[in-house]
Design a protein around this ligand. Sequence first.
Ligand code: PLP
Ligand code: TYF
Length: 394
Amino acid sequence: MLGNLKPQAPDKILALMGEFKADPRQGKIDLGVGVYKDADGHTPIMRAVKKAEQRMLETETTKTYSALAGEPDFQKAMGELILGAGYNPALTAALATVGGTGAIRQALELARMASPDLRVFVSDPTWPNHVSIMNFMGLPVQTYRYFNDATRGVDFEGMKADLAGAKKGDVVLLHGCCHNPTGANLTLEQWAEVADILERTGATPLVDLAYQGFGDGLEEDAAGTRLIASRIPEVLIAASCSKNFGIYRERTGCLLAQCKDTATKDLAQGAMAFLNRQTYSFPPFHGAKIVATVLNTPELRADWMAELEEVRGGMLRLREQLANELAQLSGSDRFAFIAQHRGMFSRLGAKPEVVQKIKDEFAIYMVGDSRLNIAGLNDTTVPILARAIIEAGV
Ligand code: PLP
Ligand code: TYF
């Protein structure tokens, strides 16, 4: 039986991680996988997370099964973190999931249960796993224009024109902030125009929020999502705690489904718990408890927010340093977009051959589409990267 299996194409980003590890060159630089790293290249456990775990170790008395849809304290804390004052638990179903990826998968399963002819609109480009999951599920995927190769900003006219083709029963996947892989994001005014289109077409937004706190701040990064939720009665939100709590391997995420009335909310909540049961039964507990403990304990929350600000500020400084260095070396402002982008990533807009050349000649690893992880840099490597970018002819 198993001999009938076909080989699967490896995940390019994860394959690049392996290639980097195997590279024997001294001074190699990893700007590939989207994991936060400090100046020493280390992905630390956040202080508040460690403290929450210590408390849990001391106070937990059982490891028996918890709740199928996740613990209410986690659901509520996430609802408030994401939607702020607009969070209405009476109208919002919530589900603890296996990471943000699990939330995306369950959101798509939920949408398909409700809308069998569902099509999903995704930005061109988007996180490759989005399309891969949709293809695997057999869902029709439509792309909408998103990135302007010339300006390295958002092609908003193209995006609007393409989203106008969505209809009721379709899902429009939007990156809540810190677009992966481009780093180019919508302004709040543009979010309002997207809400207009969603209102007009009746399509359902699915917001992927994987980097809240990594762009302009915790509140600012949720502003687009909140605007959509204030304007559109039915909204799906797939959130990841991997990055902003630094708990990648705990696999912690959350699906929120804002509904138009309480009867629909009850239906959605039942269907979401059902989906967890069909897939893996109870969701992981540990990471969700860390998040709930941090968010619900004032001193831990304050410390987490302070550390997240340090992380965010560090990435912003690296962006500015790199943009300045490139301005000097190129004698132009054509790399100014790096300082305007937000989140961990920027797409340079270089051809695959150039990305390959930078890897071969300078031992600098970025994803083949010329996405670089800003957090992979430090004060020493910024000038090295800048020189490589210019010498490779980006
Ligand atoms: N969505 C985007 C855009 C991402 O970059 C990631 C990445 O890690 C995820 C979702 C899912 O994260 P995780 O499943 O690790 O929580
Ligand atoms: O885009 C990234 O690099 C992160 C991490 O299969 C990641 O989102 C990459 C690939 C993957 C899972 C996570």
